[in-house]
Design a protein around this ligand. Sequence first.
Ligand code: PRX
Length: 659
Amino acid sequence: MSTTINTMLVEKRVIHPPAEFSAQARISSMEQYQALCEEAEQNLEEFWRNMAESGLEWRKPFTKVLDDSNAPFYTWFEDGELNVSENCLDIHLKNGNADKTALIFEADDGSVETVTYRQLHARVCRIANGIRALGYGKGDRAILYLPMSIEAIAMMQACARLGLTHSVVFGGFSARSLHQRIVDVGARLVLTADAQMRGGRQIPLKAAVDEALAYEGGDVVEKVVVYQRTGADINWEEGRDVPLSELETGQSEECEPVAVEAEHPLFVLYTSGSTGKPKGVQHASAGYLLWAKQTAQWVFDARPEDVFWCTADIGWVTGHSYITYGSLAAGLTQIVFEGIPTYPHAGRFWEMIQRHGVTIFYTAPTAIRSLIKASEQSPEHHPSRYDLSSLRLLGSVGEPINPEAWMWYYENVGGSRCPIVDTWWQTETGGHILTPLPGATPLKPGSCTLPLPGIDAAVVDEAGNELPPGAGGLLVIRRPWPAMIRAVWGDENRYRSSYFPDELRGMYMAGDNAQRDEDGYFWILGRTDDVLSVSGHRLGGTEIESALVAHELVAEAAVVGRPDATTGEAIVAFVMLKQAAPSAEEAQKVAETLRNWVASQVGPIAKPKDIRFGNNLPKTRSGKIMRRLLRLVAEGREIDQDTSTLENPDVLKQFSGVY
Ligand code: PRX
């Protein structure tokens, strides 16, 4: 069980939404928020019915809202039919917004390309027609391995238009990880690019696809569509590889959206859990889109004139919900950025906000913390050097934001004028769950505040009993919601055991520890499992361990996170080699070899920061690795915990060298 924090001591400050913000907001007071919560509580199905009827365009209206007869496998709006892409694009062509800017793409090198909703619609239709001409349609799965680009968003939308289920793999994952996902989801089609540009460097993508398809089972893929982003020299496999430009040539700019059942899987997104194998989180079409759109409207308080910038990559759920789907459905104008926050200088984000007149900025605490540091080192890139007066709302996502970073963001980026929405959610929840409503909720720096209307969140003990304020416990959601995960792709048991353990009697278990304060506000304390959050990226400790032990030099490995001032958590690997622990010189070399190995197996984002070597790992008498002790060692703390169950107490001393 987690440790608790004294929320009274952490932050007493309460920041109220500015009156001028509230005056214009969609939800402008706590009374309005509470009324919505009550409406949902009194008649949950009616609440969601109204939202789904007014929020989405249906091809076939639904009659049934929720089917819980096969809980925890829930279905929503089951007999209805719609098309997600139609709800993101065509609706704006019909409502007079065809010539509104949909996407403003800024490349790594600073060049800018803009598309209107009409143009994006045309592009999506051409690509969809091209994919259809290759012989793909509803029921097929496509893997996307792409850089941030208009093309990537258009390809996701094209899949949705045809009823293809997509699975986007973040460009920072290796060929091995890509292969694992291709095989697991059974993709017959891969959509990729020759390379991507990040921080002035060209990073190959197509080469990783070639490698992935050469591994066992990779031949399930019949076609690879390649967006030529950089013009890099790549291998072309005759009969398999198709340039995107060729795919689009001669295709019509109209493509009738394919109506799909509400529960049709829109996408599968792999995420780390507590085993070595990533979970394919499967989302439905209607329920997911409904919540992505509704939360974009509520939480970002979307207005027609807004310029919205979510800095996430489309390889993560944030990019799915608040770049490709929810924010397009809400008709926002959005920034899409290919590069990184520190290239060509640490003021890149602020410069872009100024250049494009961004009004809503949504980023991760890790980016904020690294920019705080960078602006201390080079004051010329401090946000105060830029005109950020266009901003009206700020957001944070992916990990807890510490109160200091929160205040810096609030004062220096938001000019003490913009509310901050600290949004807690997960790949599995599809959209925001715990978050302030910017025109209503009084803010407490470091707290993601309160559940959205319709969401029944609580903190419970391991037997499912609700805990009082101030007690740390498991974060759960007690009633289903439309955007929730529907399945772990191909693994019914894992869905049940990961999210609906018997002890919690049907509650959804998030895998986070949390506590509430005396006002009912939620404070996230961290994960309950071995999932790490590094620079806002969710990585499985066990996945990295599996990669390490697959190396010929390694006998055993344990991976834990240690707090890091910039990246949130840093990966620390404890390694026992097959041969005796190496000398300091050797250790340096072996550590480098193992880092590169992990990069090749999982991806560069999973490289351990510290590697420590020993002749054994601390284990209980029953042979279980004691990760809690390793966490203390990783942090350089005294072992003040009980080590009486430890089989081999001396082993801890061996891990003093950090490589
Ligand atoms: O631990 C929580 C943390 O990120 C986890 C979900 O990661 P992922 O599925 O990759 O989705 C990230 C983007 C939604 C959660 O279990 N997390 C996410 N947002 C917050 C957070 N922790 C604290 N505060 C947040 N706002």
